[in-house]
Write a protein that binds this ligand. Structure first.
Ligand code: GDP
Length: 519
């Protein structure tokens, strides 16, 4: 409506100019007034997200980049620090200088192929790289890209992402005038290298075998941070390890966990991180808004669904249901847990005991739209029937919808991954959110949205946990398999008890690590 009035106002002004204005002075004043009015109507939200983004990109090539802010009901209250913004701008300059198709990249890959060891004191050149290898589901991938990017930011490397799978079908380029995609002819990706713990250049393995020291620096190292990693692999972030790793031009990283909390164990990184993220639980929220921009195809799915099912509701609730079991599917104890959690926490109304009088337009107090995402459609079908068959005790009308029910994970299938990303963004657009413990899909969704979720505890022995869920005190993802202890000075101390702002995760009992906004 406001836009319509503005347009009408502008038209009237233009006509006035054409018909009445004989003096150039008056004409210019009127044109200035139109420019101001239309500028205001075009920028109701901060499309550059507080300086996280620059206006260098062509809007049409990736609508989500500048249009994202329009879909969020409220602008994010978590603004990037000036220091983060300036670091991102310097990073972009470095990426442009070292990225694919540059002389520096060509030289660095030629050296990599020659695979000469550097003696201490030799220069490694101005460009150093961290190559991210794709693996596991989409949530894992987004968490590990963000972790590797932050590590690159702290160590003045540039990140290149493995594009043998479908990264470019789901995400746009984040850095202006260059590319983050690792060229397909990158020498170490030709199928002859097996990146696992047994790989001869695996950092943890080399440490264990005393095969690495500062007199002989290899051209590349492989960092292994998966579920089977040892503390030696996970502690590459410590100061003593960084002294050596810093000199290695190429790092190849394969991870499936959000290792950002461990970066705070390194005192040099910690000082930097405090300046970058004065509010400590905003790391993924800010980095994800900077790095991840769904492609137009994915964004089309998000906006169509949003306008069909969410935009007109008075309130929206996201519920993400992930069942980690062999032969996963529908389980009554999980359904009971969802109903138990949402009613106990007053996220959904209870059902009325008696049939209410007919609902008419004036008796509807509120429309609540519930977005369910799950591989299985049965949970939302049940919830939908519940609120259709019986009235709610509050008079609220509850509308339940689920975009897809893919039944099983089909990572690397383009449309499947596109739907998964669209659903992550749809969840992030909701007002309140319930997610499943341990699910990186859920972690990414609530953190992008800047939401503190209600976390559904993981059920054991086919029974509904009691209590069914907990309200998280952080909007950060959980590092699910962290090192057991800290770096040098903190060696031997439980890694969740070193700093008050790096603690065990709310969805796990005395396990995992997450960032909390505490001093
Ligand atoms: P996690 O396994 O829960 O930690 O999450 P990931 O995203 O890493 O891996 C699960 C994968 O299964 C997703 O990337 C999707 O491919 C698929 N998947 C799981 N839950 C959903 C869902 O609710 N919606 C859709 N579309 N796909 C899902």
């Amino acid at each position: 409506m406001k836009i319509l009035i503005t347009l009408l106002f502008s038209c009237v002004l233009v006509l006035s100019i054409m018909l009445l204005s004989s003096s150039n002075n008056i004409k210019n004043q009127l044109l200035d007034a139109i420019a101001t009015v239309s500028k205001e109507s075009e920028t109701p939200r901060d499309k550059l997200l507080g300086g996280l983004l620059t206006s260098d990109f062509d809007e049409g090539s990736c609508f989500s980049r500048y249009h994202k802010s329009l879909l969020y009901r409220q602008p994010s209250p978590y603004k990037p620090s000036e220091y983060l913004v300036s670091k991102l701008r310097s990073y972009e300059v470095l990426h442009k200088r070292c990225g694919p198709d540059t002389k520096a990249y060509k030289e660095a890959t030629e050296n990599l192929v020659r695979d000469e060891n550097y003696a201490q004191g030799n220069s490694v050149g101005e460009c150093r790289y961290i190559v991210w290898i794709a693996g596991y589901g989409l949530g894992n991938r987004m968490l590990t890209i963000a972790s590797a990017f932050l590590y690159a930011l702290l160590t003045e490397r540039i990140i290149l992402v493995d594009n043998r799978k479908d990264v470019s079908d789901i995400l746009c380029e984040p850095f202006p005038a260059t590319s983050w995609l690792l060229p397909l002819d990158f020498p170490l990706m030709n199928g002859t290298y097996r990146f696992d713990k047994g790989y001869s250049r695996c950092y943890g393995t080399m440490l264990n075998n005393h095969a690495i020291n500062s007199t002989s620096i290899p051209q590349h190292l492989y960092l292994h941070n998966l579920h089977d990693s040892r503390d030696e692999d996970k502690m590459f972030v410590c100061e003593k390890d960084q002294g050596l790793i810093n000199k290695v031009p190429w790092l190849i990283i394969q991870a499936n966990v959000y290792f950002v909390p461990s970066l705070w164990f390194n005192p040099t990184f910690r000082l930097e991180l405090m300046k970058l993220f004065p509010q400590k639980d905003t790391v993924f929220h800010l980095l994800s808004r900077y790095l991840f921009h769904p492609t137009n195809q994915v964004w089309g799915m998000v906006t169509r669904y949003y306008h069909a099912h969410l935009s007109r509701a008075d309130e929206t609730l996201g519920i993400q249901i992930r069942v980690f079991r062999k032969n996963a599917g529908y389980f009554q104890h999980v359904m009971d847990q969802i109903v138990g959690c949402t009613q106990r926490e007053k996220l959904l109304p209870e059902l009325a005991t008696q049939e209410a009088p007919q609902v008419n337009a004036s008796s509807v107090t509120k429309v609540k739209a519930v977005l369910v995402t799950s591989l299985y459609p049965e949970y939302s079908d049940n919830l939908k029937s519940m609120f259709w068959e019986r009235p709610s005790s509050t008079g609220e009308v509850v509308e339940v919808n689920q975009p897809s029910g893919e039944r099983f994970q089909q990572t690397d299938k383009k449309l499947h991954d596109q739907k998964a990303l669209a659903e992550i963004y749809l969840l992030s657009l909701t007002d309140k959110i319930v997610t499943s413990a341990r699910s990186t899909f859920g972690y990414v969704a609530y953190s992008i949205g800047g939401l503190k979720p209600w976390l559904l505890y993981q059920p054991r022995d086919l029974t509904t946990p009691d209590p069914p869920c907990v309200r998280s005190t952080s909007m950060e993802p959980c590092y699910l398999t962290p090192p057991s202890h800290g770096c040098e000075a903190d060696w031997g101390k439980n890694s969740g008890e070193i700093f008050p702002f790096v603690k065990h995760c709310d969805d796990l009992v005395d396990d995992g690590l997450s960032l909390y906004d505490e001093l």
